[in-house]
Write a protein that binds this ligand. Structure first.
Ligand code: C2E
Ligand code: MG
Ligand code: MG
Length: 445
């Protein structure tokens, strides 16, 4: 019996059942499988083998809107079609590729060919017609990628996971490939939690300030402390390394830094009231906070309103490579200096540091970073540099403190180099306020 062939009309085009079925599964422009068909194929593939043999990709063409503008939409469509064909040429029998529309593509590639695929995507060459003569167009992609790590996967993860990687890659300037491992996913989720619950947490006083003592090793006397923020979230203490980077990214860190300063001022006031002799407390301000043009003035007002002596607060900031930021930072430090508020250059020697920092900034204190003394290959050359920096800072009228001193030998090394004020686990970890108060009562170590 002849199979029945029913037809339907759409915009004057006649489809057979078979064609209609095919068009429902393919992307009209490239002819590649569309989202639904791709997921089906991918599931079949990975289930026929071992899922953890595969990497799932989600990628788009860098600067495609620019290409479209330059060559026009017709040529743009042609470029997408030819790009799709190049992808098909690359994949092997046990791999698959799909086109989600626009310049967005997906692929399931065997893990041993993952690096080759990434290299391939970094430069796909397409011949195009430019005013009648052929021209070579080099196309690179921004890529989200997921190495499947287990043998049970949810179909939604096949596109969902690498797509998270792609959106992350796009949010970080200059990044072309982001792998979404289980650990990375947890970090992304953490970031979402931080940003979603931060304002409530601030209102509910979930942020608390710990104090890490600074000790003058010449007489083992407490001479100061750094206020370091902690987040008590759902009964767990979250460290700044987790929540500060996302807050810095969206500019929300400013509210937290003002809050920490207020808490520190209130604590100092409490100590004075209780008859304890306070020490200088340093508080960190993120470089992102410099976007607030009234930062120095607001800091001054917070300290004034608390009623404490302003010489009891020191503001810590880190240096920067960015020239524009450098200018703003100089201005900020100068303003604080004019307002009679102490400043410190934090993390000196971590990554980028320049001697001009010592010359240009009117900061009161130089904090030598722990990475300076925490290297396995600390050589006599490092010692000479450290000694000279400490000497120079001293000659320029700055106080010097070294962070991250954990052991006796590190203490000896730093002392030999001429620095005697120490902040590090060797003396104390960051302490809750009540613990720190005990140190204030008896400053002797
Ligand atoms: P930081 O300002 O350089 O603070 C010193 C960090 O080194 C602290 O980490 C402290 O616990 C750690 N540390 C001190 N001594 C030692 C040591 O001997 N060994 C080791 N391994 N670590 C030591 P923490 O509290 O986790 O803070 C990390 C960073 O987070 C701080 O580095 C600072 O950049 C930032 N941060 C902390 N509180 C605030 C805040 O209120 N506002 C802003 N903007 N940033 C903050
Ligand atoms: Mg600091
Ligand atoms: Mg530091």
């Amino acid at each position: 019996m002849r199979p029945s062939v029913s037809c339907f009309f759409y915009n004057e085009i006649i489809f057979t059942n078979e064609q209609a079925e095919k068009s429902a599964m393919t992307q009209y422009l490239s002819g590649l499988p569309n989202a639904g068909a791709y997921v089906n194929q991918a599931i079949r593939l990975v289930m026929a083998g071992v899922p953890s043999d595969y990497s799932a990709f989600y990628f788009d063409i860098r600067g495609f809107s620019r290409i479209n503008r330059k060559y026009g939409q017709m040529q743009g469509d042609g470029i997408i079609r030819r790009y799709g064909r190049k992808l098909v040429e690359f994949i092997q029998k046990n791999e698959c590729v799909g086109h989600l529309g626009g310049d967005k593509f997906v692929a399931m590639i065997r893990q041993e060919r993952k690096d080759a695929f990434i290299a391939f995507l970094s430069d796909v060459v397409i011949e195009i017609d430019k005013d009648g003569s052929p021209e070579k167009l080099h196309i690179s992609a921004t890529i989200g990628e997921w190495d499947i790590e287990r043998d049970e996967i949810d179909p939604s993860e096949i596109i969902g996971r690498p797509s998270l990687g792609l959106s992350y890659a796009k949010s970080e300037l200059g990044t072309t490939v982001v792998s979404v491992t289980d650990a990375a996913l947890e970090k992304l989720n953490q970031k979402k939690t931080v940003l979603g619950t931060y304002r409530d947490a601030l209102e509910n006083d979930e942020f608390i300030v710990y104090y890490q003592p600074k000790v003058d090793s010449r007489g083992n006397i407490l001479v100061g402390a750094e206020g370091l923020v902690r987040w008590m979230h759902d009964g767990e203490m979250v460290s700044p390394g987790v929540f500060i980077p996302p807050l810095e990214q969206n500019g929300d860190i400013l509210l937290l830094d003002y809050y920490v300063l207020q808490r520190a001022c209130a604590d100092i006031r409490g100590w004075v009231k209780a008859g304890l002799e306070p020490v200088v407390i340093s508080v960190n301000f993120s470089r992102k906070d410099l976007a607030d043009r009234h930062l120095a003035e607001n800091i001054f007002n917070i300290i004034e309103e608390s009623g404490i002596d302003k010489s009891l607060i020191e503001i810590e900031v880190t240096e920067t490579v960015d020239e524009e930021e450098h200018g703003t930072l100089t201005e900020f430090i100068n303003s604080l200096c004019d307002l009679g508020i102490r400043t410190a250059i934090d993390d000196f020697g971590a990554g980028y540091s320049s001697l001009s920092t010592l010359r240009e900034f009117r900061a009161n204190t130089l904090k030598i970073d722990r990475s300076f003394i925490n290297t396995d290959d600390f050589s006599w050359k490092d010692e000479v540099i450290l000694t000279d920096i400490i000497h120079m800072a001293g000659e320029l009228g700055m106080d010097v403190i070294t962070e991250g001193v954990e052991r006796e030998d590190q203490l000896a090394l730093v002392n030999n180099a001429g620095c005697h004020v120490i902040q590090g686990f060797f003396y104390d970890r960051p302490l809750p306020k009540e613990e720190f108060e005990k140190r204030l009562m008896d400053k002797q170590y």
